[in-house]
Ligand binder design. Structure first.
Ligand code: AMP
Ligand code: ZN
Length: 116
């Protein structure tokens, strides 16, 4: 979809700091990080949100979650991390292309900010 910012990142029309890519998914740093590790993992195929997935999307959703753990660990989140998938209007999803936020890093002083 040409008017979708994340599809344009997939197509290379908008630059992004990629941390992983394969034939199905891509992961890149969030442009406005909330924590030292803040990566977005997205399917390359345009899927609007978790509210529009179908059973045939199950393998790709599994890949997103598996990669979330790998990326959080590789980037330095030794004591855990958050995975957030904002969905729809009430879920305050701003970009209408399914994405999982991976938010982590070293242990924060106090509870982790729940901004996302
Ligand atoms: P959400 O509110 O879950 O839809 O989050 C959208 C996220 O996309 C926000 O955290 C933005 O900072 C991030 N974002 C928007 N545009 C870009 C971009 N061009 N590159 C990287 N991250 C982006
Ligand atoms: Zn898209």
């Amino acid at each position: 979809m040409s008017d979708c910012i994340f599809c344009r990142i997939v197509d290379g029309q908008i630059p992004a700091k990629k941390v992983f890519e394969d034939e199905d998914i891509i992961a890149f740093n969030d442009i406005n990080p909330a924590r030292p590790v803040h990566v977005l993992v997205i399917p390359k195929k345009h899927i609007t949100s978790l509210a529009t997935v179908t059973p045939e999307d199950a393998p790709i959703l599994g890949k997103v979650l598996l990669k979330a753990n790998e990326i959080a660990t590789a980037q330095g989140s030794p004591d855990g991390f958050r995975v957030i998938i904002n969905t729809g209007r009430v879920g305050q999803q701003e970009v209408q292309h399914l994405h999982a936020h991976i938010v982590g890093g070293p242990d924060p002083v106090g509870p982790m900010l729940k901004r996302i």
